[in-house]
Design a protein around this ligand. Structure first.
Ligand SMILES: Nc1ncnc2c1ncn2[C@@H]1O[C@H](COP(=O)(O)OP(=O)(O)OP(=O)(O)O)[C@@H](O)[C@H]1O
Ligand SMILES: [Mg+2]
Length: 387
């Protein structure tokens, strides 16, 4: 999937954006604070229903604006459009898919698969398992169609089991129903995740060796409970301690991807640049597996690509990205850091996010915080940048 047309209104400091991006590589430059990350944020909200910068989506609405409206037309037949609207004084998000209201987030995610690589990317290695679980489930969700149903069943069962555990004094048979449901859906989830992981691992290893060969690095899937026992037995055996703790300690909700180097957690050994490359390999491998297994493409949002990467690794990263038939939006303060890295024949479009000149508004204020998205030169001049 790729974006054919993008419209963003009322988002952060951006003046209304109407952009016709390249189906392949889009390079976005501009000075600090001009709105480059905000542009990626807008696409992210369209595909994921949430920002990667704030939990409070309200904060992304332009100051003094009552709403933000984001829209994208996707390439391919039949025509698919996605839209997201958020009013400042309402907490719900309006989601639209192909013009129809009340779309579900999973439908948007399916229509517009996204991968984000930004300067926070190392958190995937460092942070809590939740981020890695989300990464894992992104892959399974896009490749295995019945995964979402098992995942929803497990989430519901877990919610009910935890609510009972928190209540304390309960009859054992009350737990039986939800435990049975959690055990059944949990085993299914594990099976789907394992199958996905088996396909993913060689793609990741190949991607990493193209980016930065790293001896001794291992990636391992941990399912969230003892690998020698069935989940039903584990849940039954852990009832007393689960009751003490007030939550379910083992199950698919505790799955993780463990990344180690010479048996030590990768985050404790690798430099920042190496961490970024490992995370980039993980994310590029997601897209490559999606292409090879279901012939779909994800859109890459790459914020501040040059950060932490030397020239050689930047080049390798660009080559790998280019070898995939995907669309990418790549930001950098300096356009020079991204130019001349692409093979002739690859469609590359450059955009510049530019501050509007200070103008007096009728109220006497100024609109200096607004930015305007402009093409550099004509499409003809900039659509292909040759190495
Ligand atoms: N809700 C909002 N309304 C208006 N402006 C906002 C809002 N939230 C943030 N801003 C401003 O929008 C700009 C956001 O810029 P953004 O982070 O997208 O810039 P950038 O081009 O990525 O910069 P950098 O090169 O430093 O990463 C900042 O100037 C910020 O002060
Ligand atoms: Mg930025």
């Amino acid at each position: 999937m790729s974006i054919e047309q993008l419209n963003l209104q009322g988002l952060r400091n951006l003046a209304p954006v109407a952009m016709v991006p390249s189906q392949r590589i889009n390079l976005i430059s501009g000075v600090n604070g001009s709105g480059k990350t905000s542009l990626l944020e807008g696409i992210h909200i369209l595909g994921m229903g949430r920002s990667f910068r704030t939990r409070q989506l309200k904060n992304a609405i332009q100051r003094d604006a009552s709403q933000m409206t984001l829209f994208a037309r996707l390439a391919g037949e039949p025509e698919t459009t996605v839209g997201v609207r958020r009013f400042r004084d309402q907490s719900e998000l309006e989601l639209r898919l192909k013009g129809s209201k009340n779309a579900r987030l999973a439908e948007l995610a399916e229509a517009l698969p996204l991968q984000l690589i930004n300067p926070d990317a190392f958190r995937l290695l460092e942070g809590s398992p939740a981020g890695r679980r989300e990464f894992l489930d992104w892959g399974v969700f896009h490749v295995k169609h019945d995964f979402l149903a098992s995942w929803r069943r497990a989430r519901r069962a877990l919610k009910h089991r935890n609510a009972l555990l928190r209540r304390g004094r309960i009859a054992p048979q009350e737990l039986d129903v939800w435990e049975h449901e959690l055990a059944g859906s949990g085993e299914l989830i594990d099976q789907q995740r394992r199958e996905w992981f088996t396909a993913f691992l060689p793609v990741f290893e190949e991607t990493l060796s193209a980016l930065l060969p790293m001896e001794g690095l291992t990636l391992h899937y941990a399912r969230g409970w003892d690998k020698t026992r069935e989940l039903a037995d584990v849940l039954a055996a852990s009832r007393p301690t689960d009751l003490q703790m007030g939550f379910t300690q083992q199950g698919p909700q505790r799955a993780d991807l463990r990344i180690k180097i010479h048996r030590q957690p990768a985050i404790e050994v690798l430099s920042r640049g190496q961490q970024k490359l490992v995370v980039s390999a993980l994310k590029l491998a997601q897209g490559r597996l999606l292409e090879s297994s279901v012939n779909r493409h994800c859109v890459y949002l790459i914020d501040d690509l040059p950060a932490e990467l030397d020239k050689k690794h930047r080049q390798r990263f660009c080559e790998l990205l280019e070898s995939m038939q995907c669309q990418a939006f790549i930001t950098s303060v300096e356009p020079a850091a991204l130019e001349n890295r692409w093979l002739s024949g690859t469609e590359v479009q450059m955009f510049h996010v530019k501050h509007l000149e200070q103008t007096e508004t009728p109220s006497g204020g100024s609109s200096s915080a607004l930015s305007q998205l402009m093409h550099i030169g004509s499409d003809h001049d900039t659509s292909v940048v040759r190495r």
